[in-house]
Design a binder for this molecule. Structure first.
Ligand code: KG4
Ligand code: ZN
Length: 413
């Protein structure tokens, strides 16, 4: 049962008086000049998040409950556990976001919720909560594609026009796409196995970084970035697995196996058991981070060249947006900057807290859709979540057929 009510706990007393006074003049705070306000709800993976955003990109209220620490302890996300945690937190998180915004739920223009892709059990919690709320408040519903939301977040923080290239790198996703409009995406390539965040999480787990005093509460990728600063990437001379196909598809399992071999070798040399921290953990972190950056840059380089060759992007000052949890990594950002400098492009990244999953990006996607007039539902009868859902129109075969050779870039990082 939903207990959100339209006034209780939403207004702070002092603001309420002002509100009532202004209302007597038919003035709704936040809605006279800013007509559109969207509540966004995100539960596609392991974060329960909500936010209230207006049409100029002002974040009026935000709340998030991260499950990272729980999943770190179990060594990965267990879907029923994630589902239970979403159930326990969703009402509080939505209420907190609304309360922080100081607007009345009746002033919302719409409710936007991630319905694809993601973990079925997690998506289900956000969707059923949202549909009840939509029914209760009689508001339009805007179903959101999680990856589209990541891709468009940059338009909330920066003035970025269509078209632009986006690189989405997170724990569950890895793709390169051309963004031509709010719901107009061309998919250039994706990971054929695991996502880079997943690979970094696995390496961090294999290195038992959760036992490292400096990294115990960090996600795997963040722990790798943190430790890599103390390490020497030249300590291990590794040749990244060859990716011969001249396409924009990624693969990270080869690198994961290579790093695993190094770890096993080092454990033997240092005479320690799996589960203890290697003295060379920082060097391994630096190596895996650098190699990951190089693999990502190479595919992205080809995507830029392809888009320019086909006039899908301007020859000068084209924008490359990097987003998703792994894009909050500053080493990888610097590697991408080397690429954008060499190709006369501009790299843009949302701030790290907007790169990882959050409610703001969902609410903003709702605003974008409201402004464009696409995907706004008044009838929610047949809405279902979709755990698997590709992004846009897949032109990766065309990219491969173009067989673009990527010139060497010196990655002096
Ligand atoms: O976007 P996100 O919050 O959720 C997904 O949609 O997957 O990304 C989470 C992923 C995790 O794999 C995490 O290890 C990785 O992003 N990550 C990082 C960093 N911070 C989070 N990877 C590399 N460097 C970081 N600083
Ligand atoms: Zn995400």
């Amino acid at each position: 049962m939903l207990t959100l009510n339209k006034t209780a706990g939403v207004f702070k007393p002092s603001k309420r008086k002002v509100y009532e006074f202004l209302r007597s003049f038919n003035f709704h705070p936040g809605t006279l000049f800013l007509h559109k306000i969207v509540l966004g709800i995100e539960t596609s993976c392991d974060d329960t998040a909500a936010a209230v955003v207006d049409e100029t990109g002002n974040v009026l209220g935000e709340a998030i409950h991260s499950q990272t620490e729980v999943h770190l302890k179990t060594g990965g996300i267990i879907p029923p556990v994630a589902q239970q945690l979403h159930r326990e937190n969703i009402q509080r998180i939505v209420q907190e976001a609304l309360s922080a915004s100081s607007i009345s739920p009746s002033d919302l223009s719409a409710i936007a919720t991630t319905i694809k892709p993601g973990l079925a059990l997690s998506l289900g919690v956000g969707l059923s909560f949202s549909l009840q709320l939509v029914g209760q408040l009689k508001k339009p519903f805007i179903p959101i594609h999680h990856m589209e939301a990541h891709a468009l977040t940059i338009r909330l923080t920066n003035k970025v026009e269509f078209p632009f290239l986006v690189l989405l790198i997170s724990g569950g996703h890895c793709l390169l796409a051309l963004v031509q409009g709010v719901s107009d995406f061309l998919l250039l390539g994706k990971s054929l196995d695991i996502a880079p965040g997943d690979m970094l999480d696995k390496v961090a787990r294999r290195l038992s970084l959760i036992k490292h005093p400096e990294c115990s509460t960090m996600s795997g990728g963040k722990a790798i970035e943190h430790l890599a600063k103390q390490g020497n990437r030249f300590h291990f001379d590794i040749t990244p697995p060859l990716q011969r196909a001249k396409n924009c598809d990624f693969s990270f399992t080869g690198l994961q196996h290579l790093i695993n071999k190094i770890i096993i070798q080092k454990e033997k040399e240092e005479g320690i058991e799996q589960g203890q921290i290697l003295s060379s953990a920082a060097d391994i972190a630096a190596t895996v981070q650098h190699t990951t950056a190089c693999l990502i840059v190479k595919r992205t380089h080809r995507a830029i060249l392809f888009c320019k060759q086909r006039d899908l992007l301007p020859q000068n000052n084209a924008v490359l947006v990097a987003s998703g949890g792994v894009a909050s990594n500053f080493y990888i950002r610097r590697a991408l900057e080397i690429l954008t400098n060499a190709t006369q492009c501009t790299l843009m990244c949302p701030p790290p807290r907007l790169c990882t999953d959050n409610g703001i990006m969902i609410a903003w996607n709702g605003i974008e859709r409201l402004r464009a007039g696409v995907g706004i539902l008044h009838d929610i009868e047949d809405i279902r979540y979709e755990p698997k859902c590709p992004l846009g129109v897949d032109i990766s075969k065309e990219v491969e057929e173009a067989a673009i050779k990527v010139p060497r870039l010196k990655m002096n990082l």
